[in-house]
Each structure stands twice: as C-alpha cells, then as structure tokens.
Design a protein around this ligand. Structure first.
Ligand code: ADP
Length: 255
C-alpha cells in the first residue's frame, strides 16, 4: 500500500517546544517496519519553525516573517538530521522535499516535484515533505500540512492518508471544550453535518478540524481512505494500515 503519513508539531514536540524523543523514535521505528513489510511510506512533517526556535534559543515563536523563516531554516536542518539518524538505524534512506504553493499551482513545477517523488519511491527511499517555510509567505503558501498531505496523497494515488494529531479522531463536538463529546469512527460521506463539525457553528468544532475535513474531501474523491488518529500512540499505525478501527476513518468514494 502507498501510505502518506502527516505528523504535526503537537505530535513531535513536548509542550515545552522541545523534541519528544521517545515519540519520534517510536514513530520512526513503526514506519520503518511498515516499509520493511512492503508498504511505501511518504512522510509529511511539520515542526521546522518550532525546532529552530528551540535551537536558536529564541524563547518563543517570533512574530516577524524574517525571524520565523530564519528559525525554519535552522529547524528544518535539525528535523532532517533527526529523521535521517533514526531511519538510518533501521537501514532506511530519507530524502527531503520542500515545496510551496507555487510548486503545486505551476504545472511544470508540479510535474518536476511529482517526478522526484516517484523516483525516490522507485529507489526505495522514504520521502519527507514539508512546506518550504524559509521562502513561503501568505501569498504563495499552501498554509498547512493537512492540505499539503492531501494534495500529495491524491496526486500520487496513495491508498491511505493518516493525519496524526493531538486528538483521537473527529468528535461530534470539540472534546477539549465538551467532555461529553463522542468520537465518530467512520465517515462514509462528507455531508454538510460533518463539515459543520469543523467550522465552529453553534457548539460544534472550532476549526482545528476544518483543514482535516477539507483534506478528507479531496482524498476520498481520488480513491484514498483517510484516518485521523492520535500521534501519541505510534503502534496504532499497524492497526490503521490493517484497516482496524482506530480514530476516525473517512472511506473513499465508492469504497
Ligand atoms: P494538529 O496540529 O495536530 O494538526 P489541530 O490543533 O489543528 O491539530 O486540530 C486538532 C484540534 O481540533 C483538537 O485538539 C481539538 O481541540 C480541535 N477540535 C475542534 N473541533 C473538533 C472536533 N469536532 N473533533 C475533534 N477535535 C476538534
């Protein structure tokens, strides 16, 4: 199976902003094992700015664009250093792809990017993709890695997209503010009611899920299932890949 896995900053870092070493080690181990068992893995990872802030000792996320981009430049190196080191322990080779909105919109850029991605997979490497935060500004940015990973999953015909978040799945209300919220295990059709869970209408979700539901709309149309699951439990990735009930699964159209 060709699988795109998106890891957010909340999964990679402790609340202090520093790297969650145990978590990232476990994730890399499970992904290496899935790759060994024959799956193709493409990783979409955020975390560059956060790691740069830590490494430069900035004491907090900077407000101005230049400082943010400088932090991204430093943090992206650190992030890839960690991935390279951990995947190398299991004999896997990683390759870094940094893109912006222009690379998606411009047909020639997009073709080049896809060719590189396909070639990396053919060579048995593990592509690690992130938005190029060192040059991205509002006008040209994709904006978030839920969207980026969905674009990638649909353009390379992935069969599964996994979004690892700080929450177990999609709930009927925001569980952070509603203790009685219930998780939705399967979404077969993205109805207006499901979309409403993400746009802050009434007592429902506040927007953390908006980009994830948009991502589900995009990938399920291109024959790809999408799962939202909690990144705190890396071993659950095995069950997700086997189609067992973990988190919220959005079933592909006609699936
Ligand atoms: P990440 O950075 O991991 O991609 P986000 O912070 O963007 O995740 O989104 C996850 C957050 O969305 C949850 O922690 C939760 O507070 C919020 N949220 C809002 N509405 C919902 C909902 N209906 N179901 C689950 N989470 C929701």
């Amino acid at each position: 199976m060709r699988i795109v896995i998106k890891i957010g900053t909340s999964t990679l870092a402790h609340s202090t902003g520093r790297l969650n070493i145990r978590r990232i080690e476990q994730l890399c181990k499970v992904m290496s094992d899935l790759k060994n068992s024959g799956h193709e893995i493409i990783l979409v990872s955020s975390g560059a700015i956060g790691m740069g802030v830590g490494k430069l000792g900035l004491g907090g996320r900077p407000e101005d664009i230049a400082s943010k981009q400088a932090a991204a430049a430093v943090g992206q190196c650190e992030l890839m250093y960690v991935y390279d080191k951990l995947f190398a322990e299991y004999n896997h080779t990683v390759g870094q792809l940094l893109i912006t909105g222009i690379d998606i919109e411009n047909e020639r850029h997009r073709k080049n990017f896809e060719n590189t991605l396909y070639k990396l997979l053919e060579l048995g490497a593990l592509p690690i993709i992130n938005e190029n935060d060192t040059v991205s500004t509002d006008e040209i940015e994709i904006g978030d890695n839920d969207t980026l990973s969905a674009i990638i999953a649909s353009s390379i015909n992935a069969e599964l997209l996994v979004l690892l978040s700080d929450i177990n799945g999609l709930y009927n209300k925001n569980p952070k503010t509603h203790p009685d919220a219930e998780m939705i295990e399967v979404v077969r059709k993205i109805t207006p009611d499901i979309v409403a869970l993400s746009d802050g209408k009434g007592v429902l979700g506040t927007g953390g899920m908006a980009t994830k539901i948009k991502a589900a709309e995009l990938v399920t149309k291109s024959g790809c299932d999408m799962v939202i699951a909690n990144g705190a439990y890396p071993k659950k990735l095995y069950d997700i890949v086997e189609g067992k009930p973990v988190g919220t699964r959005f079933i592909k159209e006609n699936g």
